[in-house]
Design a protein. Structure first.
Ligand SMILES: *Cc1c(COP(=O)(O)O)cnc(C)c1O
Length: 392
């Protein structure tokens, strides 16, 4: 049994407020904070190169820890500075010819869609959207009808930024692979809150961030690339870390996913990410997933019982993101009023998931995302505060 009180004491921020924005930027635990600050201090004492050399083993271990978390191997992991960087770096390394097709899902994240559209414009490829089924999950029948050998890549969002939906992955991968298409999974909202095994999911690549459910520092993220696939890919940018300069006109890209890494990075943040992942591994992803789901289910049932509150989560299995609106009150004003009571939620706007929000006629939703460190008392305060808003 894990002691929630101990986990909360490790999380200074959660004692001051009811923190329900782990889908946005979570509260790092004390060991992450100590690592990041400690390393910045050390850089100031001895210089960044010496400080990094002192932590060489720990820096190497970051990829190993991430690999362990998602059932991969260290050579399949590239450390980058955000989920968007990971997604875009992989996407832009796939050669696209005129007429090639790229499929996105209806809950696609804005930054991914923008990169896909941008690249399609340059290459003559076409971007198409696989609709959602009536439950909100990706419509597998529609995907089956749409997919053919001209589809180069299917982009799937595991959990969207604007709701508790969990998309099926394996079924999409099987359909895509039957037609020779790659699957890139945006796991930004699932890594750290759901158990992930890339072997079971079968995806070709996966992008994730550090600051959300992993509770790592900002400016961190990673890209997973399956097996030897990285060898066939041509990153848009490579430097003296991702490749070797052999002669005046020859260079040799790294054989593994590290060809997607650049040499310079925020070493303190990267060490912090490693500690965040190890912290989660020591707690257990299953524990985290259960606690998060329990908190979110409780929010859904308590808010769902309030008059005038509408819940907007789609799907059949739901996870730790709860979205809602209150009739007659702007989502931003709900967020601000809750902030006055030291309750942190955020607003997810139409432009982040344009296709899905437009299809549902939604402009903005309030998003509450409880991590395992949120207590029952916190959830009661939250439900009470929302109830208060509905009565005004
Ligand atoms: C937050 C988010 C991203 C972007 O992550 P960054 O680390 O900010 O680049 C991508 N996809 C989804 C679904 C997200 O919620």
């Amino acid at each position: 049994m894990l002691d929630l009180e101990r986990l909360r004491l490790d999380t200074p921020g959660c004692l001051e407020r009811v923190f329900l924005d782990s889908a946005g930027s979570s509260l790092p635990p004390q060991p992450v904070l100590a690592t990041v600050i400690g390393h910045l201090r050390r850089e100031a004492e001895v210089g960044g190169y010496v400080a990094a050399a002192e932590r060489a083993d720990d820096l190497t271990a970051v990829r190993t820890s991430i690999a362990q978390l998602i059932g991969a191997t260290a050579p399949e992991i590239a450390l980058v500075d955000s989920a968007t960087r990971a997604w875009c770096d992989f996407f832009t390394s796939i050669p696209l010819r005129p007429g090639d097709r790229v499929l996105l899902s209806q809950v696609e994240y804005a930054s991914n869609a923008i990169t896909a559209l941008h690249r399609a414009k340059e290459t003559g490829a076409v971007v198409e959207v696989v609709p959602s089924d009536p439950t909100g999950r990706i419509d597998l029948d529609a995907l089956e009808r749409m997919i053919d050998d001209r589809v180069t890549l299917v982009s799937l969002v595991h959990v969207p930024t604007n709701g508790g939906l969990i998309n099926p992955v394996r079924e999409v991968v099987d359909l895509a692979h039957r037609h020779g298409a790659l699957v890139l999974l945006d796991a930004c909202q699932s890594v750290g809150q759901l158990p992930i095994d890339v072997g079971e999911l079968g995806v070709d690549a996966l992008s994730a961030t550090g600051r959300k459910w992993l509770r790592g520092p900002r400016g961190t993220g990673f890209l997973y690339i399956r097996g030897d696939l990285a060898r066939e890919l041509k990153p848009m940018a490579m430097d003296l870390h991702g490749a070797q300069w052999l002669s005046p006109d020859e260079y040799l890209p790294a054989a593994d996913a590290s060809r997607f890494e650049l040499w310079e990075c925020d070493v303190a943040a990267r060490l912090g990410l490693g500690v965040a992942v190890d912290y989660l591994l020591s707690i257990g992803v299953d524990y985290a997933a259960r606690a998060i789901a329990t908190g979110a289910d409780r929010i859904r049932s308590e808010l769902g019982a309030l008059p005038g509150v509408r819940l907007h989560d789609l799907g059949t299995d739901r996870c730790g993101i709860v979205t809602f609106t209150i009739d007659g009150t702007e989502p931003s004003s709900i967020r601000d009023r809750l902030a006055d009571s030291r309750i942190t939620v955020t607003v997810s706007g139409r432009s982040s998931t344009l296709l899905d929000m437009s299809a549902r006629g939604l402009d903005a939703v309030v998003r509450a995302s409880p991590h395992y460190f949120v207590s029952d008392g916190d959830l009661s305060r939250f439900a009470e505060a929302v109830g208060q808003l509905t009565r005004e």
